[in-house]
Each structure stands twice: as C-alpha cells, then as structure tokens.
Design a protein. Sequence first.
Length: 153
Amino acid sequence: MITQLLDMWRNKIHESTEIFESLGADMAMEPVAPGKNRVIYLLGHLLVIHDAIFDSLELGKRRYAHYDVLFLTPQHPANAYPPFGLLLQEWIVLNEDLTRQLSSLSHSQWQSKLHYVSEADFILKPYKNRFCGFQCLITHLYHHSGQMELIRT
C-alpha cells in the first residue's frame, strides 16, 4: 500500500507541475473560475502545505514558512505575490526532496505517530500515523488539482 500511495503521489505531483508549467506566468493572476482562487495562490498554497509536511512527518525543517501569511489565509485582491517562476521552482525542488525522503521511510516509520499527535492520543487513535497523514495530503493535492483543471477547460 505504501508503494501504491507513493506512486499516486509522484503521478499527481508530476501532473500538477505540468499544469502549472503550461499555465505559466501569463495565467498566474487568473482565477481558476469566476470568484475562485488564482493560479498563483494555488501554487503558493500547495507549496506551503507540502512544506509543512516536513514538520508533520518529522522529515526536517520547513523552508517556506515565510509564505504562510500569504497562502494559508484566504486570498485577497491586494496581495502582492512572489514571482510565479520563483514559486514554481521552489515547488519543484521541494517536492523532489519530499518525495526522496518519503521513499526512504521504513514500514515502521510510516506507522509511527504524526508529530502533532500526543503519545496519549496516539494510543487511543493509532490511525493518526504518518501513513494516514500523508493520505490527507494527497487528498488535498487532488482537490486543488481539480480546481486547476477548471482554468484549462
């Protein structure tokens, strides 16, 4: 199951990256649908969520916490975003590193508790492990990649 989950992850990361690349900086400020998230917001939002998984799965330190204010709160028309090309490059590098680290986890490491779960809570709810936490991340990625498909149609 771990191998299948990692394959799903790799495929969706590849597909999402291709979408961002195909839309490019020219479409970055366009909403995916009227009144919905802009492409650049989705890229930054996914970047900070994937960055946070380093803490949650205890894989290392976050790199992009300075983007949290922009991309973990609802977007605002007045927000000034970093350049699309920079965010895209950070997205690619971050996900390559994250994928490499996820692929190196042992079976027992996947079953260990998430960083933010107490030992007492984990005893009562052993499903609050890295495997389930990572499944939630993939679900989040699928949700937002579905939004990105709106702008391509």
